[in-house]
Design a protein around this ligand. Structure first.
Ligand SMILES: [Zn+2]
Length: 313
């Protein structure tokens, strides 16, 4: 890709330099697949991270408009099976997120970090939440702001003094690992949440069965948009470096199926470079999702939702 620039980094979870090679993978949106991204495993905490990784200024490169279409959820005629499935499941996913919040936070003010096209905040506003978004990718921010009329900042750096102790909830829906420095992000948003407010972080889990099965084809790797991958134990370690504490964690049911079926699609595209449709492979995807779900009862879901609060100092 033209204009790509990389930087070598230490572990974004614990700051350790020593790491071992884990696997090579590819950008699932760029054909033909070229395994040019290295995932390394931290020798201290075990987190997986992209190294070297694309520099921050390059981020828009990885969201080409023909693939990451901000209008997708709002379009009526979806072409491919996954678009249809996504459009069908999407309202349930949004309402699941809202219910998770309202169960413990009631209704109030919310900040959604990396809000994408604003679909979640748009729904929250209809349910009387006062909403604000942060989105670094230009085309998503434009859509959320201009088309949906949502207040959207371009970066968490743009949060001003006006929102200190302001929000009842701050959310990262599968966006946390898109940040180059997760510890700094947790510190920066800290003051903007009320003392009794809640922070929600949804993130894929590399201790799930479906990750072991799909490895470099695992859809949730989503490299190089996601820069690191962690397990629940590593998430605890990361949070301990900040003023936050995890008060609850749960599995995200839909992620098992979304990740396994999409991983099958990716594997098919890699191994069979045609649009060959194989019901057998999708059946296997369902099977892996169910197995992963059963194994996930032990606390390792394909996707995890962590609920955090400020530590009482
Ligand atoms: Zn580490």
């Amino acid at each position: 890709m033209a204009g790509e620039r990389f930087e070598a980094v230490d572990c974004p979870v614990c700051g350790t330099k020593e790491a071992t090679f884990f696997l090579k993978t590819f950008d699932r949106y760029v054909f033909p697949y070229e395994k040019k991204y290295r995932l390394e495993k931290c020798r201290n905490c075990g987190a997986l991270y992209v190294n070297p990784r694309p520099v921050l200024e390059n981020q828009d490169h990885y969201y080409p408009i023909d693939i990451h279409n901000p209008f997708l959820e709002f379009e009526a005629n979806h072409q491919d099976f996954f678009q249809k499935l996504y459009a069908f499941v999407h309202p349930y996913a949004i309402s699941w997120k809202r219910k998770q919040l309202e169960k413990i936070a009631g209704v109030g003010r919310i900040l959604d970090v990396e809000c994408g096209n604003g679909d979640f905040l748009y729904a929250m506003r209809r349910h009387l939440w006062e909403v604000m978004g942060v989105e670094r990718i230009q085309k998503y921010a434009n859509f959320a702001h201009r088309t949906l009329g949502l207040p959207v900042l371009r970066s968490i750096e743009d949060l001003s003094g006006a929102t200190i102790d302001y929000f009842d909830a701050i959310t990262f829906w599968h966006s946390f690992s898109r940040f180059h420095d997760p510890v700094t992000v947790l510190e920066k948003i800290y003051g903007h949440l009320k003392a009794e407010g809640f922070l929600f972080i949804a993130i894929p889990n590399t201790r799930s069965l479906d990750f072991y099965f799909y490895r470099e084809d695992w859809a949730a790797l989503d490299i190089p948009r996601r820069l690191f991958h962690i397990t629940p134990a590593q998430m605890q370690k990361l949070v301990r470096r900040t003023g936050w504490k995890i008060i609850n964690q749960k599995q995200i049911g839909l992620d098992y199926f979304y990740n396994a079926l999409l991983s099958e699609k990716i594997r098919m595209a890699r191994i069979l470079p045609s649009r060959f449709f194989s019901p057998v492979r999708y059946f296997r995807g369902f099977l892996v999702a169910w197995l992963s779900r059963i194994v996930g009862i032990t606390g390792n879901g394909s996707g995890m939702l962590y609920i955090l609060q400020k530590r009482k100092l």
